[in-house]
Design a protein around this ligand. Structure first.
Ligand code: UGA
Length: 438
């Protein structure tokens, strides 16, 4: 099929590349000239395992094209996928200006019947509202169908998710729209869940909010474990054996970050508020996450009294491993706080340093590797569970002034740290000697 994808951000690019890979003819369009010329050459600026190889392969095979002109992308398209961003407004609601612009651009361009697919995360009712805007702006005699098709890719495993996801959700109003979408996705062999447009839009928010709730829930359990002497990792493993609970998204730590959970939880709270409903659980999920982000700084303050003049290494800057994305990463809040408390901060990340430089406190410095980061430090904080950090020989921490590690992602067995005489504090787990910073 001939498919146009509007927006070459994270979701748009992965969608375009994976649709080309299964045999569709895909043209991706973006207003950013530099990005399009770099994508044409097969180069990407995001770090996503496997993406660049598939991009280059499909460009070479003549299945994937990039342009800044909507008219070129949409000219012969049977399907137009909108995958532009929906950033957060000040009140937490989703900002729809890019989606609306995409709809106007499509209306001004198409001269034939197409199926328009909203993949961007949008509040319930948006697709129908966009349909009205479209009808008002379309050329005489042209008709369209609008479909909701939310995205469930995770950064860092987006290619794996695109080809092995749990489900594809299609919300549509007509049988013909379902038929077209089944043709698009048939090669993926992933179960397709068909529903109405508004329910599809809600599935996206409800799924992200539920996963965020699991994380904040286990983080609350971790806080109680610290008081009663239990180990949250063992608790989560025992809970997860119950299939009704499942063992995923029960990893306690310093909370969720990234471009999706923080934004989508707030957008759902705001969406509920707009219809007069107070989403109490979700309010609390967000509050717990805010507290969780600064937990390590509080533990440090308790341990040292004052952080004035202390040298602190911050290991892992991206919001999670296998990405260079530092949007809403705990590293942002933590480095700000440490510097405000008078500490000198040295950051290290296997790949995100260049991106971090623009976003993190300019007073912080960066190290070329983990050993250089912790060398001579008073304490090391682990913020992201990169394999490189998890698999390091922990004796490296002996280059610190005194080896004190506060681990926000529970990377090491406390017994190993004790064996190597490293003072070790993690989340919701007693140290080998049963000690917590309370
Ligand atoms: C998330 C969802 O998992 C995707 O299904 C969804 O498509 C995407 O948002 C989106 O809406 O676009 P992503 O933000 O890439 O994907 O990353 P996750 O792997 O979900 O992790 C989010 C955050 O939660 C990370 O900061 C991670 O460290 C944290 N997390 C995750 C935990 O603290 N504990 C866990 O058990 C799992």
């Amino acid at each position: 099929m001939n498919i146009a994808v509007i927006g070459t951000g994270y979701v748009g690019l992965v969608t375009g590349v994976s649709l080309a890979e299964v045999g569709h003819h895909v043209t991706c369009v973006d207003v950013d000239n530099d990005k399009i010329s770099s994508l044409r050459k097969g180069n990407i600026t995001i770090w996503e395992p496997g993406l660049e190889e598939l991009l280059q392969k499909n460009i070479t095979h003549g299945k994937l094209f990039f342009t800044t002109a909507h008219a070129i992308a949409c000219e012969n398209a049977q399907i137009i996928i909108i995958a532009v961003g929906t950033p957060e407004n000040e009140d937490g609601s989703a900002n729809l200006r890019y989606v609306e612009q995409a709809i106007i651009d499509i209306a001004n361009t198409i001269t034939h019947r197409v199926t328009i697919v909203v993949k961007s995360t949008v509040p319930v009712g948006t697709a129908h509202r966009m349909c009205t805007i479209l009808q008002e702006n379309l050329q005489h005699g042209v008709s369209v169908e609008l479909v909701s098709n939310p995205e469930f890719l995770r950064e860092g495993s987006a290619i794996e998710d695109a080809f092995r996801g749990d489900r594809i959700v299609i919300g549509a109003d007509t049988l013909s729209a379902f038929d077209v979408m089944e043709e698009v996705y048939r090669p993926f062999r992933i179960p397709i869940y068909k529903t109405d447009v508004r329910s599809a839009e809600m599935i996206k928010y409800a799924s992200n909010a539920f996963l965020a709730t699991k994380i904040s829930f286990i983080n609350e359990i971790a806080a109680i474990c610290e008081q009663v002497g239990a180990n949250v990792d063992l608790v989560a493993a025992g809970m997860g054996m119950d299939k009704r609970i499942g063992d995923k998204f029960l990893k306690a730590g310093i909370g969720f970050g990234g471009s999706c959970f923080p934004k989508d939880t707030k957008a759902l709270i705001q969406m509920a508020r707009n219809v007069g409903y107070d989403f109490e659980i979700l309010n609390r999920v967000v509050e717990v996450n805010e507290r969780q982000k600064v937990l390590l700084v509080e533990k440090l303050l308790e341990r040292f009294g004052s952080l004035e003049g202390k040298q602190i290494a911050v290991l892992g800057l991206s919001f999670k491993p296998n990405t260079n994305d530092i949007r809403e990463a705990a590293s942002i809040t933590i480095t700000e706080r440490l510097i405000r408390h008078g500490a000198k901060v040295i950051g290290y990340d296997p790949i995100a340093i260049e991106y971090a430089k623009n976003r993190l406190n300019e007073q912080m410095t960066y190290a070329k590797d983990l050993e250089a980061a912790v060398s001579g430090c008073d304490a090391a904080l682990i913020l992201t569970e990169w394999d490189e950090i998890k698999e390091v020989d922990v004796r490296v921490y002996h280059v610190m002034k005194t080896p004190i590690v506060l681990d926000g992602r529970n990377c090491y067995p406390p017994e190993i740290m004790a064996q190597h005489h490293i003072e070790y504090h993690s989340i919701g787990r007693p140290s080998a000697g049963g000690q917590y910073i309370q």
